[in-house]
Design a protein around this ligand. Structure first.
Ligand code: ADP
Ligand code: MG
Length: 726
């Protein structure tokens, strides 16, 4: 059999699980061994330098040159002792991926000899030739230089004998060219705003740390089958493929026993993650066949984002050892669930309080309610920005697909908490608490909230007892985008809240009363964003429209709010990004969208013309030969009676071939028109509204052909082969 599909299937039949041999030590003994964490620093740094640097990191202070030299020297010693030969600044350009450029520690000193060298300068700042990274027009080619600068809050790590130093990436003129720069700024803003806000309740708080726990969904497919599907290789998803007779309808994969090959992959992934200090905690089968999920214990947001980026990289690398390929695309297979990346988010104080955890005392309850209503108000003021932060070509397939939240942003807080907020709003009892400070008439928050089983899996942003879960993020995306938006809008709202309270206090309103007045105001102003029902249902679409909530289906249209006046004001007044930088991001995201659809469209065209149509014609010829043969051997009447079905199939195939060919040609035409348009916005919109709609039509006919054509001839691995691991 020369058919690539059968060769690939044959490979998979012979696959044996690759047994992973775990290290001899306990996890606690090797956890973080490949990171320059506090333990390594303590071992490799003089004690006073260690104290200085920890101090500098924790209070966001500058690290001076002398200190940097000492740190570089000890980092080098540590890295060399762990087998590293190279170092790189590791950054997050606006491609959404990570980037690195390796330099050797080797430094020739005189003829024939060399030393290992790495100094403070090399640690702190590098100037990669980064002219090919997307910059959205920020840099002109003549000043294409970009700088990377060390982020000491995320520990350096070793991967593939290379010391990776997390850095930010900015242009020569100081504009951010990455996701880390605005993320760190947004974290700084929320820290400042929340600490100031906390002072109403707790004078001892000096730092507030937003936290993030990322649930990562993904598919695994055998690498031979993957290689036989050009669409998977080039776009990360299948553009064709008829549904398998059985896929997820029996729900027998979800939380089922993990297939041996997948489990061995997960084991190795966990071991390598632990060495890098990524605290992977859970692993399980997801709903669709061959779909899985892993989740770490939550960490400080910047670290969690770095760790998720690193995890995605590790997954792809390790899967290869097991002859598997990881699909991080949001919708690799039509008809079964897609993959998301739930972002569990909260805020914690340095004194160990989770600010989104209801307290036991009236005072801590008031604090909880104040933070809660601030988040509600922030989302209610900026739903389109949150929507923009999760918009991508891949996520477009998933949102609103009966498996993922719709494109309408709303917040679920659970019946208990809803009732509490409604009570606070309607009775206004709170303003009666004018007596002693601790006599706050706030309704008691029911204990039940803490182990809240009342979970709404359909909401894009759900409160789950002591954190919010942003479920609308796509599986392939960097968490930095939604995290920047979320941190920023909450920071901004906290500042506004405080200004309003302080104003009331100067008017002699008691502190708690002032807080409660704003709480009530925010509850009532943010009401329209709260929704407790089924977000997947038709009813919600109507209800949301009635409430005036936006429902932006297409990614390019959703991205537009990156440059709305409200967004620009929000980013500028908090010093996160300028209008110029936002516009650059808008352009880059649009361009990314256009290119992805363009590539998919080309793959669809190529596959249709080079695989599908020739195969269909081959089979059709067999049927024609058969019909001619029948005609030769049968008498006219019998022939007419018996050959009817064959003839009909020949006609059906012709019809589908005709439709495929003419729709591909029409799509090609639209692509040509779109390519000639001026500007990223016009192009992305045209690709979205003119080119993309052909995909489904072409697919419909190709998938019909898949059902008609002899299985022996079909050259692309089918869903039933891709989705069930042997
Ligand atoms: P599920 O949604 O599957 O029930 P879990 O409750 O186990 O998930 O938590 C999912 C993720 O939420 C984990 O990564 C967990 O560490 C994280 N998480 C828990 N508490 C917090 C918090 N306070 N801040 C951020 N993430 C958190
Ligand atoms: Mg979850």
């Amino acid at each position: 059999m020369s058919n690539l599909r059968f060769k690939a299937v044959e490979y998979t039949l012979n696959r044996q699980p690759i047994k992973v041999i775990p290290p001899k030590q306990k996890v606690s003994e090797y956890y973080g061994s490949l990171t320059f964490n506090k333990r390594a620093m303590r071992e490799f740094l003089p004690i006073d330098t260690f104290d200085n640097i920890i101090n500098a990191i924790e209070s966001n202070n500058k690290i001076d040159r002398r200190m940097a030299d000492q740190i570089a020297a000890s980092m080098k010693a540590w890295a060399l002792s762990n087998g590293a030969s190279h170092y790189t600044h590791w950054f997050h350009p606006l491609t959404g991926a990570t980037a690195e450029k390796h330099d050797s520690f080797m430094h020739p000193i005189d003829e024939g000899s060399a030393i290992e060298r790495f100094n403070g300068n090399e640690l702190i700042q590098q100037e990669p030739d980064a002219s090919s990274f997307p910059n959205g027009g920020i840099r002109n080619t003549f000043e294409a230089r970009g700088y990377t600068a060390w982020d000491p809050t995320s520990p350096a790590f070793i991967i593939e004998e290379t010391l990776c130093i997390p850095t930010i990436f900015v242009s020569y003129t100081g504009e951010a060219l990455d996701y880390k720069t605005p993320l760190l700024k947004s974290l700084n803003e929320i820290d400042k705003a929340a600490v100031a806000f906390c002072k109403y309740f707790e004078t001892s708080v000096t730092k507030v740390i937003p936290t993030l726990g990322v649930e990562q969904e993904y598919f695994l497919v055998d690498s031979a089958l993957y290689a036989a599907r050009p669409d998977l290789v080039l776009t990360g998803r299948t553009v064709f493929g008829h549904a398998s007779a059985k896929d997820q309808q029996l729900s027998d994969h979800y939380f089922g026993t993990i297939a041996k090959r997948a489990l061995e992959f997960m084991k190795e992934l966990e071991i390598e993650s632990y060495k890098l200090g990524i605290p992977l905690k859970t692993r399980h089968n997801e709903v669709a066949p061959n779909q899985f999920e892993c989740a770490p214990v939550f960490e400080e947001v910047n670290l969690a984002v770095d760790h998720n980026q690193l995890l995605m990289h590790l997954m792809q690398r390790i899967a290869r050892h097991h002859h598997l390929t990881v699909l991080l695309h949001e919708k690799p297979f039509a008809g079964v669930n897609g993959s998301g990346k739930h972002n569990n988010w909260s805020m914690a104080t340095d004194s160990g309080i989770n600010l989104l955890s209801p307290g036991k005392t009236p005072k801590s309850n008031l604090r909880f309610i104040a933070f809660m209503t601030t988040v509600l108000k922030a989302i209610s003021n900026n739903p389109d920005l949150l929507r923009a932060s999760i918009a991508s070509a891949g996520n477009e397939h998933r949102l609103g697909g009966d498996e993922a939240p719709p494109a309408i942003i709303s917040v679920f807080i659970g019946t208990q908490l809803s009732k509490t907020l409604d009570e606070i709003e309607s009775t206004g009892v709170l303003s009666k608490s004018s007596g002693a400070n601790d006599n706050i008439m706030i309704p008691k928050i029911p204990e039940i909230l803490l182990d809240n089983t009342d979970r709404n899996r359909t909401s894009p942003f759900a409160f789950t007892g002591n954190k919010f879960e942003l479920r609308a993020v796509g599986s392939a995306s960097t968490c930095a985008r939604p995290m920047i938006a979320l941190n920023l809008m909450v920071a901004d709202q906290l500042k506004k809240f405080k200004i309003e309270v302080d104003k009331l206090i100067t008017k002699k309103v008691k502190k708690n009363d002032a807080i409660l007045q704003i709480v009530i105001k925010y509850i009532s102003e943010s009401k329209k964003i709260r929704f407790e029902g089924n977000n997947y249902g038709e009813v919600w679409l109507k209800e949301a429209a009635k409430r005036g909530l936006t429902n932006i289906q297409s990614a390019p249209l959703a991205l537009k709010s990156l440059i709305s006046k409200d967004t620009i004001d929000l980013f500028e007044r908090n010093g996160i990004l300028t209008a110029n930088e936002l516009d650059a991001r808008y352009q880059i995201n649009l361009e990314n969208y256009t290119k992805k659809i363009q590539i998919e469209s080309r793959v669809i065209g190529d596959l249709a013309k080079n695989h599908i149509i020739p195969t269909a014609i081959k089979y059709q010829n067999t049927l024609i030969e058969n019909a001619i043969g029948l005609k030769a051997v049968l008498d006219e009447k019998t022939y007419r009676g018996l050959a009817k079905n064959q003839i009909q199939t020949i006609k059906d195939i012709s019809e589908h071939i005709y439709e495929v060919k003419s729709t591909v040609d029409a799509m090609l035409n639209e692509r040509k028109i779109a390519n000639r348009l001026e500007g990223q916005e016009a192009m992305a919109l045209a690709y979205n509204s003119k080119v993309f709609p052909y995909f489904d039509t072409i697919r419909h006919h190709v998938d019909k052909l898949e059902l008609l054509v002899d299985d022996e001839l079909w050259s692309l691995p089918k869903y039933r082969e891709l989705l069930f691991m042997r």
